[in-house]
Design a protein around this ligand. Structure first.
Ligand SMILES: Nc1ncnc2c1ncn2[C@@H]1O[C@H](COP(=O)(O)OP(=O)(O)OP(=O)(O)O)[C@@H](O)[C@H]1O
Length: 319
C-alpha cells in the first residue's frame, strides 16, 4: 500500500506519466482555542496527479476538511507548503489567493451555496463573469453545462424552485464550467438520498474525465470512495492509508456526451513560474492569529527549513 502516494509519485516522475497537480510537503495545521491546542494535521506529505479522482475519508474530526481547506488555499498552514502546479500557494497573499482560486479552482459544497436571487443559468455563469468571458459565450457555455446535468428546462428557475439534487447539479455545472484545474468537493452528497448521490457522483467523475481535471472529494461515506482512483484515509490528522484502485464508474465512455471544449471558455493555464509574492514572509490573516500557537515549532507560515529550501524558495516543484 503506497504511503503518501509513493508509487504514484514514482509514476509521476516517469516521462510519459501524468504530471503532479498538487504537491504537499510537511504540512502542519494547529488550532488553539484558549489554552487548548488541536493538531488538526500533523505532518502531511502528498502528491496528487493531474486528472486523478481522490477521496479523502476518515472519522469525524480526523482532519478531512482541514486538509481540503489547505489544498484549496482557504486557510494558511502553520508549517509546510502546498503547491498547485509550480505555485506555492502557502506563500501567496490573500489577494493573490483569491485570484488564484477564481482562475484555477472549482468548489462543490454540501449545502450547494447557490445565490438565491439568481436563476440556475445565472449561477452557472457567475465564475465566468470574473474571468471576463463575454455574455453570449457565458450563456452558451452555461446552457451547455445545464443540458449536460439534465437541467436545461430549469435554466430560468431559482434555487428555491429546485430540489436538493437539482441544486447540487447546478452547483456541479458551476464548479466545472470555467474548466478549473482542480475541483474540491466537501461532502457533496451529504444532504442527498442514495439515488441522487449516485447521479451526482457519476456526474462529477464524468466531467473530471472529460476535461482531465483533478477532483478531490471529502466524505464520511465509504461508498463514495468507490468512485475514486485513490482513497486517502486520515486518522487524528495523519495519513494512515493511501490506496489506489479501480473505480466502480470510469465515466470516460459517457464523457463524450458532455459539451465540447469549444463550447466552454478556454482552459486556464497555470503559471509557468512562481507567482511573485507581495511579502517575503506571509502574514497570517488577522482572524487566524489567535489560533496559532507561537510555541508550535516554526514561526507560522514560515517556509519549510533547508535542506530542500532552495527550490522551495523559488516556488518550484521538486521534479
Ligand atoms: N477553526 C477551527 N478552530 C479550532 N479547531 C478546529 C477548527 N477547525 C477544525 N478544528 C479541529 O481540527 C480537527 C479536525 O477538524 P476537521 O473539521 O478537519 O475534521 P473532519 O474530519 O473534517 O470532521 P467532520 O467529518 O466532522 O467534518 C478537529 O478536532 C476540529 O475540532
Amino acid at each position: 500500500m503506497p504511503e503518501g502516494g509513493g508509487t504514484l509519485e514514482t509514476a509521476a516522475r516517469a516521462k510519459t506519466g501524468p504530471k503532479p497537480m498538487i504537491s504537499v510537503r510537511h504540512l502542519r495545521k494547529v488550532y488553539r482555542i484558549g489554552d487548548e491546542k488541536v493538531v488538526a494535521l500533523a505532518d502531511i506529505n502528498l502528491e496528487i496527479l493531474k486528472g486523478q479522482v481522490v477521496c479523502i475519508v476518515g472519522t469525524s474530526g480526523s482532519g478531512k476538511s482541514t486538509l481540503l481547506n489547505q489544498l484549496a488555499g482557504l486557510e494558511k498552514p502553520t508549517r509546510g507548503s502546498v503547491y498547485i502546479g509550480k505555485t506555492n500557494i502557502s506563500r501567496l497573499s490573500e489577494n493573490q489567493l483569491a485570484i488564484f482560486r477564481q482562475r484555477f479552482l472549482g468548489f462543490v459544497f454540501q449545502s450547494y451555496n447557490l445565490l438565491p436571487t439568481m436563476t440556475a443559468l445565472e449561477n452557472v455563469s457567475l465564475p465566468m463573469i470574473f474571468k471576463g468571458v463575454s455574455k453570449s459565450k457565458r450563456n452558451k457555455a452555461s446552457m451547455a453545462m445545464l443540458a449536460a446535468v439534465g437541467l436545461k428546462k430549469r435554466a430560468h428557475h431559482k434555487p428555491t424552485q429546485m430540489s436538493g439534487g437539482q441544486q447540487q447539479r447546478v452547483g456541479i455545472a458551476r464548479a466545472f464550467v470555467s474548466r478549473p484545474k482542480v475541483v474540491f468537493a466537501d461532502e457533496p452528497t451529504g444532504n442527498l438520498d442514495t439515488r441522487t448521490t449516485i447521479d451526482v457522483m457519476r456526474m462529477m467523475v464524468r466531467f473530471a474525465r472529460r476535461y482531465q481535471q483533478t477532483l478531490i472529494i471529502v466524505t464520511h461515506d465509504p461508498e463514495i470512495a468507490d468512485y475514486a482512483d485513490r482513497v486517502i484515509t486520515l486518522i487524528d490528522g495523519a495519513i494512515t492509508s493511501d490506496v489506489t484502485h479501480t473505480p466502480i464508474y470510469d465515466g470516460t465512455a459517457d464523457a463524450d456526451s458532455l459539451p465540447p471544449e469549444s463550447a466552454l471558455p478556454e482552459e486556464p493555464k497555470l503559471p509557468e513560474g512562481p507567482i511573485p509574492t507581495e511579502e517575503e514572509e506571509l502574514p497570517l490573516p488577522p482572524d487566524d492569529e489567535p489560533l496559532i500557537l507561537p510555541d508550535d515549532g516554526d514561526a507560522p507560515c514560515a517556509p519549510p527549513p533547508a535542506p530542500a529550501a532552495a527550490e522551495e524558495e523559488k516556488g518550484e516543484l521538486p521534479i
